[in-house]
Write a protein that binds this ligand. Structure first.
Ligand SMILES: Cc1ncc(COP(=O)(O)O)c(C=O)c1O
Length: 370
């Protein structure tokens, strides 16, 4: 930066590294929890037809009423709760942080968790506090309650299932946090489709809880659509900081159409859940002779895995990359994530390729001569 820039760019922004997206051209992409299947083929021409009539000469419907209706039906949103839409749930996190960033306000989360909680807190000038999870990635309830008591956070973000760990937190633990919280609690259900539990029907029991979801993990990541579900008193305040046309016309039309066919996306999700079970079994088999390898239970569309100490995660990551497979090296994200990789569940053939590549990494000597 030039001296002029240094004098005007906020110190905390100057200190940041930009969010890095790995180059993935031509690779088997198992790094970002995307759905591998693409738009259901039998719906593609209808989607094209709908999009061709979309009024892209006009600004979008600012209220996105048709889309909200489709969301309400597809996700069984209770009638007494409102819906606020964001350009991905990333934007929803930003709206909440912007609205609550009073001087000295705190945003609290657990760690490791979704990195954008901390990054967006920094962007918006709201203090961030992260409470470490236990080594098994459960919430350390004593430490969390104590941090709530000390920091009196304006907002707490809890992703359940959590990223990058994959586990869900128990309803009773979340309840204890809500009861102790002086401010708002946001339950982030980005991975709800892969999980057996949801907070959707609990939200109305509390004055200070809202629920966040996204269609990104359902096969619609490219549309950038996230949502906040909750009481209209809360949503009304966040709506004031939303830019008027944040959900573009093509996203509104495509997401409405997709959600009218939610069963097709649920079918894809169910394949991924089956694949997750198969991958967990394969990984267990692969690493059975390595007592220090550890696989963490997942309710999401990825598996977090601790490699044996004999196989540094960075080496394995690079070897997989040489085999054209991209996963996420989570090792440096947090001390609790030492020597871990996060493996997104892909299509069956992609998962088989990953297992075969890991097999080679583990036993290079048994590689067939070429
Ligand atoms: C827990 C969690 N919340 C939110 C998001 C962001 O989702 P979106 O694509 O809607 O911005 C992610 C993305 O990986 C996530 O893991």
């Amino acid at each position: 930066m030039t001296p002029k820039m240094t004098s005007i760019v906020r110190d905390e922004i100057a200190a940041l590294a930009a969010y890095h997206v790995q180059d993935s051209a031509g690779m088997i992409k198992l790094d970002a929890m995307e759905n591998p299947f693409g738009f259901p083929p039998h719906l593609r021409s209808q989607l094209g037809e709908r999009l061709s009539y979309a009024a892209i000469n006009r600004y979008p419907d600012a209220g996105a009423d048709a889309l909200k209706n489709a969301i309400r039906h597809a996700f069984n949103v209770p009638d007494n709760l409102d819906i606020l839409l964001g350009n991905g749930s990333d934007e929803i996190i930003q709206l909440i942080a912007m609205a609550l960033a009073k001087p000295n306000a705190t945003l609290l989360s657990v760690e490791p968790a979704f990195v954008m909680f901390k990054m967006i807190a920094t962007y918006c000038g709201i203090r961030y506090v992260g409470v470490p999870l236990t080594p098994d990635f459960e919430i350390n309830i004593d430490a969390t309650l104590s941090a709530i008591h000390t920091h009196q956070p304006a907002v707490i973000f809890l992703a359940s299932p959590n990223n990058p760990t994959g586990n869900s937190f128990s309803v009773s633990t979340i309840d204890a946090i809500i009861q102790a919280s002086p401010g708002l609690v946001v339950i982030d259900e980005a991975y709800f489709a892969f999980s057996s539990t949801s907070f959707m029907n609990e939200v109305s029991r509390y004055q200070n809880v809202v629920l966040m979801r996204t269609v990104s993990k359902l096969g619609l990541a490219g549309l950038r659509l996230g949502m906040l579900i909750g009481d209209k008193k809360w949503l009304g305040e966040f709506d004031k900081v939303r830019l008027p046309y944040n959900i573009n016309v093509l996203t509104q039309v495509a997401a409405t159409f997709a959600l009218e066919h939610i069963a097709d996306f649920t079918a894809q999700t169910n394949i991924l859940i089956d694949e997750r079970v198969k991958m967990a079994a394969e990984l267990r088999l692969l690493f059975q002779d390595h007592a220090d390898a550890k696989q963490f239970a997942s309710e999401a569309n990825f598996i977090l895995f601790r490699l044996p100490a004999s196989h540094p995660a960075t080496n394995v990551f690079n070897q997989l990359r040489a085999d054209n497979i991209l996963v996420k090296n989570t090792s440096s994200g947090h001390p609790l994530l030492q020597n871990t990789l996060r493996l997104t569940i892909g299509a069956p053939s992609e998962n088989s390729a990953l297992i075969a590549a890991l097999q080679n990494v583990l036993s290079p000597l048994t590689k067939a001569p070429s």
